[in-house]
Design a protein around this ligand. Structure first.
Ligand SMILES: Cc1cc2nc3c(=O)[nH]c(=O)nc-3n(C[C@H](O)[C@H](O)[C@H](O)COP(=O)(O)OP(=O)(O)OC[C@H]3O[C@@H](n4cnc5c(N)ncnc54)[C@H](O)[C@@H]3O)c2cc1C
Ligand code: FES
Length: 329
């Protein structure tokens, strides 16, 4: 264990060998800002005052020469080389309970949802609690860096489920789809993420997902039903994908509760398609109109989709506090 002290107030926390500053801070209950956990968003940037750190991921996308000159590093990638004094502004909203821990999971089943998305189910060791909308890092020996995957099920079953899209040539998805067998044990770290279902909020809900962003929306929809939220409000779900080949059985969502509506939007439909075409954010703007700003909005998917949704929601007058998202990289 290495001791990390936080300037200026002198708070001390410990970082295990091979762990990162961000994950150690969150394990200790300190609210260090973050989103992606893979070095791509830059939200976890912090300053080293004394000591030194090494990035686990060589050349992470959100880090530059300018950061190096200012002694700034990415918390999700920085591992301490010895005791350090560092500086970041803690925000309690990131210290979500339960705090993340490392544990193992045994692959139980892999059930296809679409031609390239499969729901993987793992039997977990230890506490399986998380909030619908959160994610865990999955690591496989021989593949550098854990990859984040969002839960698709609900906690309390002893199992963690993830709907995962195969990425052509991808290291971790290649292993999961082509090599992993029921009974295999994988390493997990979590839960992470702040874009989770708010069960206290009284507003109607809009969920938007693109491609592999389906997984957290399924968990949030399941969580809203389980918490009884849909007894007195509506949930509008919008799913964007490319062609008819990407469609899934709508009952996965509409079968959860009569208050759920699902609109699927294809960006490159075959001529036979009679549903909406184009981009999800345009369809949501047209379908929800002025009323959008009165909804609690959750979304997940590629960074470009996320940026378009944020702009559209902002132009529609939606307060930032009603938007919940983690970008996918
Ligand atoms: C918050 C979040 C939630 C996500 N949830 C889902 C989900 O529910 N379902 C789903 O299908 N996908 C999800 N993703 C995407 C997923 O994590 C992977 O990017 C994707 O599966 C490709 O992984 P791969 O190893 O197959 O591909 P690769 O091309 O081998 O790797 C791609 C990604 O892995 C990361 N990476 C690469 N090298 C390293 C390294 N050395 N250290 C750390 N990271 C590295 C980078 O983010 C890169 O974009 C999520 C991403 C984020 C950020
Ligand atoms: S770069 Fe560290 S959380 Fe995104």
């Amino acid at each position: 264990m290495v001791e990390i002290s936080l300037a200026p107030d002198g708070t001390v926390f410990e970082c295990a060998e091979g762990d990162t500053i961000l994950r150690a801070a969150l394990r200790a209950g300190l609210g260090m800002a973050y989103s992606c956990n893979v070095g791509s968003c830059g939200n976890c940037r912090f300053e080293v005052i004394e000591g030194s750190v090494t990035h686990l991921r060589e050349d992470p996308p959100a880090w530059s020469e300018r950061d190096l000159k200012r002694n700034r590093f990415l918390g999700c990638q920085a591992s301490p080389n010895g005791p350090c004094k560092i500086k970041f502004r803690a925000d309690p909203k990131f210290a979500v309970m339960p705090h993340p821990t490392r544990r193992s999971g045994r692959l139980v089943s892999a059930v296809p949802i679409t031609h390239d998305i499969t729901e993987f189910t793992f039997e977990m060791s230890g506490n399986d609690m998380f909030h619908p909308g959160q994610y865990a890092l999955i690591s496989v020996e021989g593949i550098a860096g854990g990859r984040p995957y969002s839960f698709s099920n609900l906690p309390g079953t002893g199992q963690w489920q993830f709907q995962i899209r195969r990425v052509p040539g991808g290291a971790l998805t290649g292993h999961l789809f082509d090599a992993a067998q029921p009974g295999d044990t994988l390493d997990f770290d979590g839960p992470y993420g702040t874009a989770y279902l708010d069960t206290e909020c009284p507003r109607d809900i809009v969920l938007m997902a693109g491609g592999s962003g389906l997984s957290p929306m399924v968990s949030i929809a399941r969580g809203a039903v389980a918490a009884g939220l849909l007894e007195d409000r509506k949930m509008h779900i919008f799913y964007g994908c490319r062609t008819q080949a990407d469609l899934f059985d709508p009952a996965l969502l509409t079968g959860l509760h009569p208050a759920i509506t699902l609109t699927t939007v294809l960006s490159e439909p075959d001529p036979a398609w009679t549903g909406p075409g184009g981009f999800v954010h345009d369809i949501v703007r047209d379908a929800m109109g002025e009323g959008l700003k009165d909804h609690e909005i959750y979304f997940a998917g590629p960074a470009v989709m996320s940026a378009a949704i944020q702009k559209m929601a902002h132009e529609a007058g939606t307060p930032m506090r009603q938007l919940h998202f983690d970008e996918f990289y």
